[in-house]
Design a protein around this ligand. Structure first.
Ligand SMILES: [Zn+2]
Length: 181
């Protein structure tokens, strides 16, 4: 499946950017469907010259939050995709407690986001490639599964990593070539 194919993007969102229901294609717990939507968010980040990282939060088979990294756009060190998605999901559910939700992230979350996921009491984390330099969900730390904290997440790591790695590599290669000019 080619995530960059515009027909795939159309599976998720209509022309107004609203979510389209596609129950016949994917099951409610289909990690692939949700990770594809997160990858679409990563593509949206790259398009505005942000490091391409995307996140979506699913609840009862539906995407209730979707966001991409906006650190440069918002000039905000906390504007990671996961943080923005958590705020959206809490607003949607009307509570800070995101029990019953799964978050899909296109890269292993950092310590800030991992801490926020624990604070949100979110059930499950599915992420793409591990991030050995800053990952806090199994690489440098494992904040989301630390027995000393009051909540732990179920984690699926290295899920559909290839398109995410490709997006990140392309982005940084482009940045380097721009820097040389
Ligand atoms: Zn983060």
């Amino acid at each position: 499946m080619d995530i960059f194919d515009p027909d795939i993007a159309d599976l998720f969102f209509d022309d107004d950017g609203d979510q389209v229901e596609i129950p016949q294609l994917f099951g409610p717990d289909d990690h692939e469907r949700f990770m594809l939507a997160a990858l679409q968010e990563a593509v949206a980040a790259a398009e505005i010259d942000e490091v391409p990282i995307g996140a979506v939060i699913a609840h009862e088979g539906k995407i209730i939050a979707r966001a991409h990294n906006q650190r440069e756009t918002l000039k905000d060190p906390t504007a990671h995709a996961e943080m923005i998605a958590l705020t959206q999901a809490a607003e949607y559910l009307g509570t800070w407690r995101l029990t019953g939700c799964t978050i899909y992230v296109t890269l292993e979350p950092c310590p800030m986001c991992a801490g926020a996921l624990v604070n949100a009491r979110i059930d499950r984390l599915v992420y793409g490639p591990p991030e050995p330099k800053s990952g806090a969900c199994g690489s440098l730390f494992n904040i989301v599964q630390d027995e000393r904290l009051n909540h732990r997440l179920e984690v699926i790591s290295d899920f559909m990593s290839e398109p995410s790695v490709q997006l990140l590599q392309d982005f940084f290669a482009r940045k380097r070539s721009q820097g040389k000019k």
